[in-house]
Ligand binder design. Structure first.
Ligand code: UT7
Length: 389
């Protein structure tokens, strides 16, 4: 059974229409200077009428499949990470599956805000590492231009549309995903939120009049959180992979703000060339931003076979996630396993052993707990009696 999940194909799509900071100056009370110095964004792409999460996903997915030489009919699973699907129901992944001609693949969408694509990548890897599927198409797409309030300068200048996709395939060689870190802190759920038109505020004229159907963000709160988790999560996956930060060729962070990326870079003590930044071109494309940055990094020749890269995301939830990858898009058939660096050979079995131990502990606790309940009751009763005496 192949136990390793490596990326074998990738693709991206961004809409034709560019919306520059200067265009925004004509629409709202803002300036190119404010947007550039506070965020690093110069322009973003805006979907044309008729372009949607589904159509953008199809465009990036087709490129990724072509590069992996994988016909759509051979795709075994599709995951689309997005917060801006075509419809609330059905999942956009099902529409992508149909229009792609991937009739044999189950498909689902995954929502974890801007962290969604890394969550999806790690989820896909689990299916491959357990032997359930030999390949998975992992897409991150956002159609945020329909979700932002174009009268709210605090948010509308930040976001853009786009899509990125990769194909993950099983490999016998110890390559691909080395380790991951997934996190969530729901106590700050309202820091980045679409408050209206769902369960708490069902669609109504009032909800629309209050513009609750648009994205709202407490920028400072998210900024503080992001600046902390970005570096911490990278550090964790680097250590769990048995590597040091110097072993990492490129860190590909979620593109939300170049100041957040710069703060993390300083905390991690890595040179600027090891941090991928392309926010100037696309703005914040949420779940699409990391795969878009990956494809740009590859186009710029910043990742070579054999490199280790780290993807790291953060966003609504609040959530965060990082994944360390050994970059080996071509199956390294000719390299005997023993020639691989020892720590890389060890990283995945160690991670698996840790997960197995953790699951054993949980299942033991689940089994033992009911047996202990009568004892707890007896002990509580005993304590009460003693108190009375
Ligand atoms: O992708 C998911 C994760 N998202 C993030 O990680 C975003 C994290 N947050 C951020 O990147 C930053 O907080 C923002 C870029 C959103 C905002 O930057 P900031 O430096 O935190 O600005 P601020 O919200 O503290 O606002 C500073 C000033 C305010 O004016 P006063 O009250 O100081 O007079 C705002 O009204 O900037 C004003 N302002 C603007 N001025 C011109 C806010 N938006 C704009 C604007 N143009 N577009």
């Amino acid at each position: 059974m192949s136990k390793y999940a490596r990326i074998t194909g990738w693709g991206k799509y961004v809409p034709e229409r560019r919306l520059t900071n200067f265009d925004l100056e004509k629409m709202i009370d803002t300036s190119d200077e404010w947007i550039r110095t506070r965020t690093g964004i110069r322009e973003r792409r805006i979907a044309a009428p008729g372009e949607t999460c589904c159509s953008m996903s199809l465009a990036s997915a087709r490129q990724a499949l072509a590069m992996a030489h994988l016909p759509p009919s051979d795709v075994e699973l599709i995951i689309v990470a997005t917060s801006t699907p075509d419809y609330l129901v059905p999942a956009v992944a099902s529409m992508v599956q149909d229009r792609l001609g991937a009739g044999n693949a189950p498909a689902f969408s995954l929502q974890a805000g801007c962290t969604g694509w890394v969550y999806a990548l790690v989820t896909a890897s689990q299916f491959i590492q357990t032997g359930a599927y030999r390949n998975v198409l992992v897409i991150g797409t956002e159609h945020l231009s329909v979700g932002v309030d174009w009268t709210d300068r605090a948010t509308c200048v930040l976001f853009g549309d786009g899509s990125g996709a990769v194909v993950l395939e099983a490999s016998d060689q110890p390559t691909g995903l080395l380790s991951f870190d997934l996190g969530s802190d729901g106590s700050d759920y309202d820091a980045l939120i679409f408050p209206g038109c769902a369960g708490v505020h069902p669609p109504s004229h009032d909800v629309i009049n209050q513009r609750l159907h648009y994205l709202r963000m407490d920028g400072r709160r998210v900024f503080k959180f992001a600046s902390r988790v970005l570096a911490d999560s990278v550090r964790k996956v680097v250590i769990d992979s048995g590597l040091t930060i110097d072993d990492i060729a490129l860190i590909i962070p979620h593109q939300a703000n170049d100041r957040i990326i710069e703060l993390a870079r300083r905390r991690l003590k890595v040179p600027p060339e090891k941090m991928m930044v392309n926010i100037d071109r696309y703005g914040n494309t949420s779940a699409a931003s990391i795969p878009l940055a990956l494809v740009d990094a590859l186009d710029e020749g910043r990742i070579q076979p054999g490199d280790r890269v780290v993807f790291v995301g953060f966003g609504a939830g609040l959530t965060w996630a990082a994944a360390a990858f050994h970059w080996e898009p071509q199956e390294p058939m000719s390299i005997p396993v023993l020639d691989w660096p020892v720590r890389e050979r060890l990283a995945q079995p160690v991670a698996r052993a840790r997960t197995a131990l953790w699951s054993a502990r949980i299942s033991l606790a689940t089994k033992v707990e009911p047996l202990l309940l009568p004892l707890y009751g007896f002990a509580a009763g005993y304590r009460k009696r003693r108190k009375k005496e």
